[in-house]
Design a protein around this ligand. Structure first.
Ligand code: ADP
Length: 485
């Protein structure tokens, strides 16, 4: 593979189990390719059920001494891991761009964002408090917080670094061990993180990485194994539902960060330039492959035409291209299948009467490149209204009243993120409270950071990642009654 790294040992192609780099027991591998060119990057070890069980056994053992450490000692390791990630940001970003396709500046942004979770939870882990409840003369009621146990994690390819640290940091800070299956499209970023965890002095077994071409085998063991007490998953809603069902047999706790169908509601009284700026970032960042990205632009009728015109003029300025080229603003989508799925949604909309304002087809660059697209004359029967597009396609819907906007926003099984642009303070509150979403951006679409509780309602999932709430997902509450005093 043609990738000049400052530190070539960050490029690992074996699984990382109990602190060792290992091949799969059957010697199988799978191909990782560059979505911008189709070239083969690496053949990565593919593990299955047996190695997953082995990693879980090691996690259970490792956790015993890890959870007994003073929180400040765990914090030191996480701080060190954070520092090593920052030191190696150029290499980590290059690995991400070559396997995921996003422009290098976005990859660097993600590495910083991913690292921020380690720093944050290194601090939060020192502040896990219990409680003393109202008591009587002869008894005291105490609540303590304990690590939930061995955690299994399954992560997607759209944020190959940050979706891992967002789970590993709170789990480790709480005193848990974590066993991770990264997406098969982007295992190299995960393995580079494992190499840095090892260098940071994270004890063996606390963070194992299980690349695999057989997700059901790894996921099956993770969900069936009684030693695993919690599953945390980021990915599609159908796979999330399947994993929840699998976890039911052993009554595991779950955190699910699933699909979204984010509306950006833009009222006549909005600052239109700010709304365009926000919608552009939210819709097209990572080529529309983020779970909180704008899926539906809902624009009030008074400014609809002006909005579309200005929005299209801004999209025309995009430079689609290879992530390593300095002037590239947007990269490819992840796979040929993803490209076909996006194109099918656009074709369906057009067949039902949608107008293509710009784009509307695969790019001449080939491979995963799809032209940034804007559709008008769209309605709620089209798949671009109902389904997560996960590509650079912006359908712009028209609405008349505030009630209609709220109703359109809520007319979906999803409830992850939503955005509202208006200058009216009363409307800000009415709409923010009236829409069924876990996160609401008001006059802002860049809403995510380590400080906030990221997560959704309805079929977008359960649990929160980041912030003080994010630690809760990795803690059990134990009540101790001291009687006979
Ligand atoms: P996407 O369609 O965006 O790839 P998925 O939900 O299919 O979303 O994938 C997210 C993660 O879930 C990936 O790591 C993938 O390998 C994993 N995955 C997919 N199917 C299963 C399954 N049946 N069991 C466990 N993990 C799975």
């Amino acid at each position: 593979m043609k990738l000049a790294l400052n530190d070539s040992s960050l490029l690992q192609t074996q699984a990382f189990i109990n602190g060792e780099w290992v091949d799969g027991s059957k010697g199988e591998t799978f191909a990782v390719t560059n979505p911008a060119t189709g070239e083969l990057l690496a053949n990565v070890a593919s593990v299955g059920q047996a190695e997953t069980a082995q990693a879980i056994d090691a996690a259970e053992v490792a956790m015993k001494s890890w959870k007994a450490l003073p929180p400040a000692k765990r914090s030191e390791v996480l701080e060190c891991w954070h520092g090593l990630i920052i030191d190696n940001i150029d290499d980590l970003a290059a690995i991400m761009t070559i396997e995921q396709g996003k422009p290098l500046f976005e990859s660097k942004g993600e590495v910083m964002y991913g690292a921020s979770y380690l720093k944050w939870f290194a601090e939060e882990g020192k502040r896990i408090y219990g409680d003393v409840l109202p008591s009587t003369a002869d008894r005291r009621s105490i609540v303590i917080r304990q690590p939930v146990g061995v955690v299994a994690a399954i992560t997607p390819w759209n944020f190959p670094n940050a979706m891992i640290t967002r789970k590993a940091a709170p789990a480790l800070a709480a005193g848990c061990a974590i066993v991770l299956k990264p997406a098969a499209e982007t295992p190299l970023s995960a393995l580079a993180l494992a190499e840095l965890a090892k260098r940071a002095g994270l004890p063996n077994g606390l963070f194992s990485v299980l690349p695999s071409a057989d997700a059901p085998a790894v996921g099956g063991e993770m969900t069936a194994n009684v030693k695993v007490k919690k599953l945390t998953f980021t990915g599609s809603t159908p796979v999330g539902k399947l994993l929840m069902k699998q976890c039911a047999d052993t009554v595991k706790r779950t955190s699910m960060e699933l699909g979204g169908n984010a509306p950006v509601i833009i009222f006549d009284d909005a600052d239109i330039d700010e709304a365009i700026k926000g919608a552009l970032i939210s819709k097209y960042r990572n080529s529309g492959q983020t779970c909180i990205c704008a899926n539906r632009l809902l624009v009030q009728e008074g400014i609809y035409d002006a909005f579309v015109e200005k929005f299209a003029a801004a999209v025309k300025e995009f430079k689609l291209g290879y992530g390593f080229d300095g002037d590239t603003t947007h990269g490819p989508v992840i796979t040929a299948k993803a490209l076909t799925d996006i194109d099918t949604k656009v074709r369906n909309a057009v067949e039902q009467g949608a107008n293509v304002v710009i784009g509307g087809k695969p790019s001449e660059l080939g491979h995963g490149f799809y032209e940034p697209t804007i559709l008008t004359n769209v309605n709620d029967t089209m798949s671009v209204f109902r389904e997560e597009i996960f590509g650079p396609v912006a359908p712009v819907f028209k609405f008349a009243t505030e009630e209609e906007a709220i109703s359109m926003a809520n007319d979906t099984e999803f409830g992850l993120a939503a955005y509202v642009y208006t200058q009216n303070i009363g409307r800000i509150w009415r709409v923010s409270e009236g829409i069924e979403y876990g996160m609401v951006g008001v006059n802002e679409t860049a809403i995510s950071s380590e400080v906030i509780p990221f997560g959704g309602v309805k079929e977008s999932g359960q649990g929160r990642e980041g912030s003080k709430y994010g630690l809760e997902d990795y803690l059990e509450t134990k009540y101790i009654c001291m009687g006979g005093l």
